[in-house]
Design a protein around this ligand. Structure first.
Ligand SMILES: [Fe+2]
Ligand SMILES: [Fe+2]
Length: 289
């Protein structure tokens, strides 16, 4: 991991929308992540939030497309395409979660309701919700790839490839919403821009973690795992081993640094290291020329 010039995306950054499909015909076990109900519940809770969440990301960034310089416009276009493909794949993934016997309708309904409320706020406030959540997806993606994808040990090859693909693209476009915010607020004093983005990030962070925990516990309850036992097991998964929240704690806090930029750390080497693992093996031999 190297350092980029502070405050900007790398000049040679390429954002590549990869129109891939994963595991459509796969019949996964109920506990698809290594037979572990807790790891499965956490990732199911994340996946349940993605389609509506990413649709909101697209809306809130695309709204400012005409107000930013051409280079950022092009990045927004690639960001939109990547998030649209992610939405499509997670819709399919979520259908398989339902097919495995989980009822995720209540979770999806609450997320949809909270987004109805979010859409009534100022467009820049909405953009900042996206900037905040994009920081979460980028640091989760970084941690996942930096640990060699071990949190998906025990998942099928296609499932692992799908989450790896998503992680790669979240890293690629991690600066797009942030740079859009910085451009549209360029007339504000730096201290004010910092205060606004930090305040929104704190609130979004609290809600994001609290809601995903609530949703994971609701899914575990459908497995008959309830009460203190469910809470203790989930807490250990998030904060102990593997500690998917613990792993991102410092990267989370970096957002509060005045002058922070998502590309302060250039982690494109992680993309290169995992890129070859995401393309599903071809099932058909190309016809002879
Ligand atoms: Fe995404
Ligand atoms: Fe994203």
């Amino acid at each position: 991991m190297g350092s980029a010039a502070s405050g900007v995306a790398p000049a040679d950054l390429v954002i590549t929308p990869r129109n891939l499909r994963f595991g459509r015909d796969e019949v996964r076990g109920r506990w698809w992540l290594g037979g572990d109900p807790v790891a499965t519940a956490w990732h199911n809770a994340l996946s349940a939030s993605f389609p509506d969440g990413e649709t909101f990301f697209i809306e809130t960034v695309r709204r400012f497309r005409d107000a930013v310089p051409p280079q950022l416009q092009a990045q927004i276009d690639d960001f939109v395409r990547q998030e649209a493909y992610h939405t499509r794949e997670h819709v399919a993934f979520n259908r398989q979660i339902s097919d495995a016997g989980y009822d995720i309708a209540a979770i999806e309904q609450r997320i949809a309701q909270s987004l109805v409320l979010a859409r009534t706020t100022h467009p820049v406030a909405q953009l900042l919700v996206t900037v905040s959540l994009e920081h979460f997806t980028a640091i989760f993606a970084h941690a996942m790839l930096a640990h060699g994808g071990r949190q998906f040990d025990g998942a099928s090859a296609d499932t692992r490839a799908m989450w790896t693909w998503h992680a790669i693209e979240e890293i690629e476009h991690k600066g797009v919403a942030f740079d859009t915010y910085m451009h549209v607020t360029r007339s504000l004093k730096p201290a004010k821009r910092w205060a606004i983005r930090s305040a929104v990030f704190l609130r979004v962070s609290r809600n994001f973690v609290a809601n995903r925990v609530k949703d994971a516990l609701a899914l575990l309850a459908q497995d008959g795992i309830t009460g203190w036992r469910a809470k203790a097991r989930l807490a250990w998964y998030l904060l102990g081993a593997p500690g998917v929240l613990r792993q991102v704690a410092w990267a989370w806090a970096a957002y509060f640094r005045p002058g922070f930029h998502p590309w302060d750390h250039d982690d494109r080497a992680l993309i290169a290291a995992h890129e070859t693992t995401v393309t599903p093996a071809p099932t058909l031999t190309p016809a002879a020329a």
